[in-house]
Write a protein that binds this ligand. Sequence first.
Ligand code: AMP
Length: 193
Amino acid sequence: MFIVFVGPPGVGKGTQCRLLAQKLDLLHLSTGEVLRQAIQDENELGKKAAQYIDDGRLVPDDIMVKLIDEQAIGRKHGCLLDGFPRTLVQAEALDQLLRKRQQELLIVVQLLADREEVLSRLSARARIESRSDDSPATIERRLEIFDRQTAPIVEFYRNCGLLAEINGIGKPEEVHVRVLDRVREAIDLAGKR
Ligand code: AMP
């Protein structure tokens, strides 16, 4: 089964994906992690992605769609997609790639938190992880890019009937329970189809 997580940087997608991946024994594919690893490994993908990530901009769609096609789509048991899709072009490409393989998206989990909460989590993360893209100016750009380029995919998935809006405020375990409830509901529904 394929599950997409969407939400602004800092909302807790990574944490929630890790918890859900453990629970469902599914692969957690974080495109941000794959790109950061590629940069560390200094491979072709890393060379292409580094400047975009450091500037807080999105890596071009064609590069991202290829990455997902290679690392996610063929998986028999599916996976949790953390950070993909981030544009309408990516959402449509994902739809087509899954369709081609007769695979389905089970649910799109949208994690919600107000901007103040997200900013405080991001500045806490900046102190702990020292990510190159967690500086104040870059954070601002990433949030602006989320509003402009990624938020439209929420409507896309709402129209497909796949969207589950979940309150992302609270302890990770509390949010996890909310996520798990909605995912189990979707699994049950899919089983009845
Ligand atoms: P994340 O760890 O999900 O916050 O991603 C970190 C950075 O990786 C983003 O700010 C983008 O530069 C890049 N990135 C990750 N996923 C995507 C994607 N689906 N499309 C474009 N860029 C991405």
